[in-house]
Write a protein that binds this ligand. Sequence first.
Ligand code: KG4
Ligand code: ZN
Length: 315
Amino acid sequence: MILGLETSCDETAAALVTEDGRIAASVVSSQAELHAPFGGVVPEIASRHHLENVVPVLRAALEEAGVSLEEVDRVAVTRGPGLIGALLVGLSAAKALAWARGLPLVPVDHLQGHVASLYLEPDPLEPPFVCLLASGGHTMLLEVRERGSFAVLGSTLDDAAGEAFDKGARLLGLGYPGGAAVDRLAREGDPEAHPFPVARVPGLDFSFSGLKTALLYAVREHGDDLPAADLAASYQRAIVTALTVRLREAQAQTGLERVAVVGGVAANSELRAALPDAAFAPLALCTDNAAMIASAARFAQPVPYPDYLGLDAYA
Ligand code: KG4
Ligand code: ZN
């Protein structure tokens, strides 16, 4: 039984996952509402709330799984990348738990965690595949040949796709966090109402900053004559097009047959519909959670007791 902890951003999460990839429990406590008045995550507020939430969330996960701490075989935790203060809460909690029982600890890279959301029951994906990782902090194309690693084929030169959704939502007056709100509003709009640019940067990289500026001007110019739903639908169409075009190019370049999409933006309904042949993690495992961190720990090197006490987080 692997106990996973994730505190890299504004979700405090704990999960229990078995060696063969069955989720015994996955508890996620989101702080989104606390950060909403500020229009984004405030790092110091996030750290403080992780500190308050980490033990209750851990208890809830153990209870949901019907497992006691004595039955845990190793502890997995997100070591980075993320907000440094937020990461340190999870890492310190994980060290304490592992140390108290003399267990090994598995430090997990958050991005490996997102990819490992595809390796869980009931429908675990088998490499090789090309993976689009699109979240609030990252947009990357990855070549995955085995479960413990990946090669980066391309990434964003400026904003992440989720960030483009969040900033777009703010410009459209939809509040924070915005991805799901844009997704909902776009369903009622015309995706061809306004032509937004799709950046063409060299190689397999992405760029979303120009698109964000284009929305700013579109809102200024057409805020009165175009319904917000039309702007949301057109803006979302541009992001989804940028993502799908590059994913297909990566597929052609690597010659890999299978494609997969992970990260918070993988929850987007238009993206899911635009890629009918792609593997997507279940919705609950797209946004940050600890089941994916425990899953990644199945394919990573554990650090033996007590060598991990000096481990540091990385932003
Ligand atoms: O993976 P995640 O939970 O956190 C990071 O590691 O960044 O991703 C969060 C991002 C946010 O930017 C959020 O707006 C976006 O995922 N997101 C969505 C949807 N649900 C969440 N973006 C588009 N459509 C959605 N339905
Ligand atoms: Zn994430």
